[in-house]
Write a protein that binds this ligand. Structure first.
Ligand SMILES: [Fe+2]
Length: 362
């Protein structure tokens, strides 16, 4: 057996577990009782045995199916009368022929299901491999972009997990249930790391500047949203059916828009900003507040939460802020888990906040 076959079989067994076994053998026992109770193998009920044999063969393969076929034929074999009322026994040849028919039946059904199972699971494996390769490429690209101003690249891991957690908790609210489903949560987790991909187009002297940006530099920094989104739009032209790209473009374009319309690049306001970008904005700013950047120190969790709350209805969607406040302890855990560092309670909010909201790419 090839390694891929054994992996495929393992996956299939895991999928069906013991349920196929249990249902098949229980069914066979019920048929045995029914055959005896209705008078013996002279009735049509022995034909019901084909059902559990088919279940076992199709869920566990031909060998398990054949064993089950033999066991089932023995259950209604030598000790089961042909006609209980008349006291007539079955002839040996009768139950042996039935045993062979059950076994052949299991072999044929099992072989056909083994073939289709192999084709199906190989396809699943291939799709999984392609999806993982795609993710690995996205992460490599993003980590490369992030490495210019974040040597660990942990920012993208954290914002992905924070966006995921926010989306999961928003989904619990009736209003968002028509927008957020499992697919949405998977997409936002996977594409949120792309939000600052446009930073590759920002010169180092701006991106790494340890102080206040000039008005001109600030305008150039803002361009990371359009640079990133336009790059992704070009990718979308080549792969128009990719289900991740639309959200990736929305997040990249609009993650610096503000609820009150004072953000960039377009000055969109309220719900005209895509939901994914509104979620991303909070995750991004929280993470930026907690982290040391070239232009600011790291803020403690409580202070960061307070700042997010203060910006409710200004920079951020008030309803997402509410959810953020509800789950802030879980968000803190994500930050600590993915950064491996604890906050420094001695660092307090200073004028750096102004930088974060107004002069940087967060
Ligand atoms: Fe950004």
């Amino acid at each position: 057996m090839r390694r891929s076959d054994s992996i495929i079989n393992e996956m299939w067994q895991r999928k069906w577990g013991v349920s196929g076994w249990f249902v098949s053998y229980l069914f066979s026992l019920i048929v045995t009782v029914l055959v005896y109770w209705t008078g013996g193998t002279i009735t049509a009920y022995p034909n019901l045995m084909y059902i559990p044999i088919a279940i076992m063969s199709s869920t566990h393969g031909k060998w398990h199916g054949m064993i089950h076929g033999i066991v089932s034929s023995l259950l209604i074999g030598p000790f089961m009368p042909l006609d209980r009322a008349m006291g007539i026994r079955q002839t040996t040849i009768n139950w042996i022929i039935r045993l062979l028919i059950y076994a052949i039946n299991a072999y044929v059904i099992g072989s056909i299901s083994d073939f289709f199972r192999h084709v199906y699971l190989e396809r699943v494996n291939k799709e999984k491999e392609i999806a993982e390769t795609k993710l690995a490429m996205i992460y490599s690209l993003v980590k490369l972009a992030e490495s210019r101003d974040d040597s660990t690249g942990a920012h993208i891991e954290r914002v992905a997990q924070i966006c995921r957690l926010l989306a999961i908790n928003l989904q619990k609210r009736k209003k968002y249930q028509k927008y957020i489903d499992e697919d949405y949560i998977e997409k936002i987790t996977q594409v949120s790391p792309l939000h600052d991909i446009g930073k590759v187009g920002i010169p180092d002297y701006i991106l790494l500047k340890p102080g206040r940006l000039s008005a001109e530099e600030y305008e150039l920094m803002k361009a990371h949203t359009t640079i990133g989104a336009k790059t992704l739009l070009e990718v979308k032209e080549k792969f128009p059916d990719n289900r991740f790209l639309d959200m990736a473009i929305g997040i990249t374009y609009f993650h610096h828009e503000k609820w009150n319309g004072t953000g960039y690049p377009f000055g969109l306001a309220g719900e005209s900003i895509p939901l994914s970008a509104r979620i991303m904005a909070i995750a991004d700013v929280y993470d930026a507040l907690r982290s040391t950047r070239v232009y600011k120190k790291a803020f403690p969790h409580a202070e960061s939460v307070r700042i997010i709350q203060e910006e409710s209805g200004k920079a951020f969607d008030p309803e997402i802020v509410k959810v953020f406040i509800e789950i802030h302890e879980e968000i803190r855990e994500i930050y600590d888990r993915y950064s491996g560092s604890q906050e420094n309670p001695n660092i307090h909010l200073g004028t750096e906040l102004e930088f974060l909201f107004e002069e940087t790419g967060a």
